[in-house]
Design a protein around this ligand. Structure first.
Ligand SMILES: [Zn+2]
Length: 249
């Protein structure tokens, strides 16, 4: 597989790669509970695997920085194993990555996020870094680049975490993290204030995940498949590699 993955490269190899690579891609994930059927590194594994595919597709215009394997997950702390960063910590890590790579000549950055709750901090960091470091910064929650496919194929009322979408993506990119014999539907906690307001378009209530789901997952994982994962990932790859060709110019 071709593609510039910085953690697998020596400095002379990186020196050579930087002659053509104009965009540094930074995968960002999380260590957080994903129900009984997905390993807690799900968002990190998916972000990292997606960026490796992007590096291959956008070769030789992209280098991939090591994955940020932690994210902002205080809402999952009631389940064992979750490790959460403060938003300030994530923003500080991104600042140090940008500042380091800028010293090696990189001026364009794409943050590729695998975990929804990271999005606000990534957006704030992006604004700040672009202005303060005089670099170009773009950011994406990469599945947003496949919204059409998701709308067409996913019909659960609540989804987006340890659901058929994440199971499908994992089956396609990191099958070892799926507990295939344990895949189940969500067991929603419907009597709570948090549940009542979890999906509306006018107000967001900060809440704990256990107040919306007992088993930690949303949607119906049983509807997930390798084929759906392939559709989502290939569509997101097409859209983001097209963006990168423009951004790299
Ligand atoms: Zn996830």
């Amino acid at each position: 597989m071709k593609g510039y993955i910085l953690k697998d490269m020596t400095w002379p190899e990186i020196e050579e790669a930087l002659k053509t690579a104009k965009v540094a891609v930074v995968p960002i994930g999380a260590q957080e509970q994903h129900g009984r059927h997905l390993a807690e590194g799900c968002d990190s594994y998916r972000a990292e695997a997606f960026c490796a595919l992007l590096a291959e597709k956008s070769y030789p215009h992209v280098v991939v920085a090591p994955t940020v394997n932690y994210g902002i997950s205080p809402h999952h702390m009631d389940f064992p194993g979750t490790i959460s960063l403060r938003p300030e910590t994530l923003m500080a890590i991104l600042e140090d990555v940008v500042s380091s790579l800028k010293q090696h000549g990189m001026k364009k950055f794409l943050f590729v996020n695998g975990h929804g709750a990271n999005s606000s901090a990534i957006a704030v960091a992006s604004e700040k870094l672009a202005r303060e470091y005089d670099v170009e910064v773009a950011h994406t929650k990469f599945v947003d680049a496949a919204k059409g496919v998701i709308q067409e194929h996913i019909h659960s009322e609540h989804f987006g975490h340890a659901c058929e979408r994440e199971i499908s993506e994992s089956l396609y990119m990191a099958p070892h993290i799926v507990r295939k014999d344990l895949v189940e539907k969500s067991d929603m906690n419907t009597d709570t204030f948090a549940y009542k307001y979890m999906n509306n378009d006018f107000v967001k209530v900060v809440h704990q995940f256990k107040d919306t789901t007992h088993n930690g997952n949303l949607g119906d994982g049983r509807q997930g498949s390798f084929e759906l994962g392939e559709k989502i990932i290939q569509t997101a790859l097409d859209n983001l590699s097209t963006f990168i060709e423009d951004f790299a110019r």
